[in-house]
Design a protein around this ligand. Structure first.
Ligand code: FAD
Length: 318
């Protein structure tokens, strides 16, 4: 069976959930071979094996933390030479997409970004994408070189499937460009204690209907009762009520959680573009004609200042 390279997103050996999703998808098209780089790379092996990695290629070097993405691209290229995979899968984070694009260029390969599903095809892996502000679903495959595919986090349910996960050291020689852009400092964002927006299983978002920065406390309370991330429409962000890092939509972040709750959001096409692939969508809006109700699984016509606190209280009792 053909091998499929999976680029591992981890923090000091702790594997992030999008990588487990990649492993789950990779198993549909071949045998996953994980590539873990940087500090703690070898510590990822046990988790990766649990989710189906037949092999874990590791390389630790200061360059991965000290410079921007090129050292990682060098390593993936080395792994590609070592394995000759049927595809390379990378998560659709900002960094992941840059790594994937640079790798595809080097390999002379086609690339598919922001896939939401993957299946085996006679002529190579077939990726599903949600395009044109999520108005269409397309299926495509790479017709030149090794397919490089980025996958949106939360697009697929993670399934464990224990495999050998044998650790092997990857031999990497860094290119002349690897040290071209040095990281000069890192300032961690103040933690809210909530999950990262693009990785959260549940997202609770507020829009113009929230009517003020201080009222976002209502949205945050509901989010906290569910262990969810907080999102916002552009109208709320432009009004200065919530940070741009939390904006969902065409010019914000794309989310695909299991549950998306939109409060006081009309459902403009640019907002839909960032959340329409959510598995279950719930909206609270006082206007029964609001376009968001066209795409919801459950809708509540009502004032969010009545509905959302009641919802929060109810959830807290369970
Ligand atoms: P509105 O459209 O004003 O809707 C507010 C809703 O709240 C209404 O439906 C109203 O009935 C309801 N409401 C009001 N009070 C209450 C209450 N008390 N209880 C319950 N409901 C209430 N938008 C994004 O979100 N993300 C993007 O990334 C994005 N990118 C864009 C890119 C471009 C190029 C352009 C042109 C626009 C973009 N927009 C984006 C803006 C988008 O077109 C909409 O203007 C925006 O999504 C509207 O935000 P909203 O739904 O919060 O506000």
């Amino acid at each position: 069976m053909a091998e499929v390279l999976v680029y591992v997103d981890h923090v000091d050996g702790a594997v992030r959930k999008p990588t487990l999703e990649l492993l789950t998808l990779a198993r549909r098209v071949g045998e996953p071979v994980a590539v873990a780089l940087g500090n703690g790379a070898a510590d990822t092996a046990a988790t990766l094996a649990e989710y189906g990695a037949v092999k874990v290629l590791t390389h630790e070097a200061a360059e991965y933390a000290d410079y921007l993405v090129v050292p990682k691209v060098d390593a993936l290229q080395a792994a590609h030479e070592a394995v000759s995979p049927a595809a390379v899968l990378v998560s659709s984070s900002a960094e992941g997409k840059e790594i994937a694009a640079r790798l595809a260029l080097r390999l002379g390969s086609g690339i598919i970004t922001d896939a939401v599903d993957l299946e085996a095809g006679d002529e190579g892996p077939v990726a599903t994408q949600s395009v044109f502000a999520a108005s269409y679903t397309t299926k495509s495959r790479v017709s030149k070189g090794t397919p490089v595919i980025t996958v949106k986090p939360n697009s697929t349910a993670v399934e464990a499937a224990p495999a050998a996960g044998a650790v092997e050291a990857l031999s990497v020689s860094f290119s002349a460009q690897a040290t071209g852009t040095k990281v000069t400092g890192r300032t961690p964002r103040e933690s809210t204690g909530r999950p990262e927006l693009t990785e959260a299983a549940i997202v609770v978002s507020g829009g113009r209907g929230v009517n003020g920065a201080e009222n976002f406390a209502i949205i945050e309370a509901l989010a906290d009762s569910l262990g969810a991330a907080v999102g916002a429409s552009r109208a709320a962000v432009d009004a200065g009520w919530y940070p741009h890092t939390n904006q969902v939509g065409q010019t914000g972040k794309s989310v695909s959680p299991q549950l998306y709750i939109a409060s006081g959001i009309s459902g403009a096409i640019q907002h839909r573009a960032g959340m329409q692939t959510s598995k279950t969508i719930v909206a609270v809006n006082k206007d029964a004609e609001a376009p968001i109700f066209d795409l919801v699984d459950y809708g509540v016509v009502g004032d969010l200042f009545d509905v959302v606190p009641q919802l929060t209280e109810e959830i807290k009792t369970r």
